[in-house]
Design a protein around this ligand. Structure first.
Ligand code: FES
Ligand SMILES: [Fe+2]
Length: 370
């Protein structure tokens, strides 16, 4: 028997296919935000790409969001060119119809009465879909694998009072998701990239020591009082007369949560970096708060911030085109090292079935200047 045939028999082929997919550096079997909830309405079909998978999204007449692979299983034309009646998506080419929420084929118009083709066995491919915080989350299971019996809950932004304001911002980054993520957790670029009169100046740079601890699938910058060189924190302290504390979590595959509390006032945000393709990712930033700050004012500042990161990443992509050698230094790049290790260990644990090893043995203090 040929090596290939043997490999196919003992299931190694599937493992190899999965390995080929992971070579793009994507983490499958997680929820990713595909678009904002208000982008799917009526009987419109919207499109998105996640992890290089083209998706068609919409909302059924009953209000349930759905995501199907945006390719007809007959000849591959995107189903998004088709017609949606509130329940089924009809392909624009030969009119095959698919149930939107399951992807199951329900109609092939060309079949003659005696035809034996089992229509219901044809599937366009669907992905589980949930809406949280105004986003449509799609569970991206690895190609060629079955969905787990029980899915993890879709991520949700923590909120700490009944009433709050909430806003969402996004921007595209022309780079691989890994670069976007390590940029997100990089403490040393602040004084250079985010210099603004309202935030801080380059002169305010000083040495910091922050405690980090391991958490499930990630790490936490333990609860601490944020640096005194940032104006908004000083303002918050003045408002409540109580200490300000911040906690920052990074959780696989791509989420950074930040929680700022002072007395009854709170601010909570989440940034996710979602892989669209191998050289494009998108930051989705959602923030909620009960601090007396109008949404418009917050958006103005946050837009400046995001734009600063975006410009930097566009410039970085220019350099990365030539495949330069890169380095990660201690301690400022240690979070980036943890990210790569967490990711690698997770892939390894999925391959072997053993529990994932956490790269941190316990709490550790990192020191850097910023
Ligand atoms: S290509 Fe879709 S029905 Fe033929
Ligand atoms: Fe930044």
């Amino acid at each position: 028997m040929s090596e290939m045939a043997k490999a196919a028999l003992d299931g190694k082929m599937i493992a190899r296919e999965v390995a080929a997919e992971t070579d793009l550096g994507f983490l499958w079997d997680f929820w990713y935000p595909a678009m904002k909830s208000d982008e799917i309405y009526g009987r419109n079909l919207a499109t998105a790409t996640l992890l290089e998978v083209p998706l068609v999204l919409g909302r059924t007449a009953k209000g349930k969001a759905f995501a199907m692979r945006d390719a007809c299983p007959h000849r591959g034309i995107p189903l998004s060119y088709g017609h949606f009646d509130g329940e089924n998506v009809q392909c624009s080419y030969h009119g095959w119809e698919f149930e939107a929420c399951t992807g199951r084929c329900v109609e092939i118009p060309s079949l003659a009465s005696g035809d034996k083709l089992k229509v219901e066995r044809i599937n366009a491919g669907h992905f589980p879909c949930e809406e949280r915080d105004g986003y449509v989350w799609v569970y991206m299971n690895a190609p060629g694998t079955r969905l787990p019996e029980e899915l993890p809950a879709a991520p949700e932004l923590p909120k700490f009072s009944e009433k709050f304001k909430i806003t969402r911002l996004e921007c595209d980054l022309p780079s691989h998701v890994d670069q976007g993520i390590i940029g997100l957790m990089d403490p040393a670029h602040g004084p250079f990239v985010h210099q603004s009169w309202f935030w801080r100046s380059k002169k305010s740079i000083h040495e910091k020591a922050k405690l980090f601890e391991p958490i499930a699938n990630g790490f936490r910058m333990s609860k601490h009082s944020p640096s005194t060189n940032s104006a908004p924190y000083q303002l918050l302290k003045k408002m409540t007369g109580e200490p300000v504390t911040t906690t920052i979590d990074f959780v696989l595959p791509n989420m950074r949560f930040e929680e700022i509390r002072s007395g009854k006032l709170w601010f909570s945000s989440r940034a996710t970096v979602t892989p669209v393709s191998r050289d494009l990712c998108r930051i989705d930033f959602v923030a909620a708060w009960n601090v007396p700050i109008p949404v418009a004012i917050f958006r103005m500042f946050a837009t400046v911030f995001l734009r600063q990161d975006q410009v930097t990443m566009i410039q970085q992509a220019e350099g990365l085109k030539h495949n330069p050698r890169l380095m990660l230094i201690d301690d400022a790049d240690r979070p980036a090292k943890w990210y790569f290790a967490l990711k690698q260990n997770l892939i390894e644990s999925r391959r072997t079935g053993a529990a994932a090893v956490h790269p941190m043995e316990g709490p550790v203090t990192l020191r850097w200047k910023s």
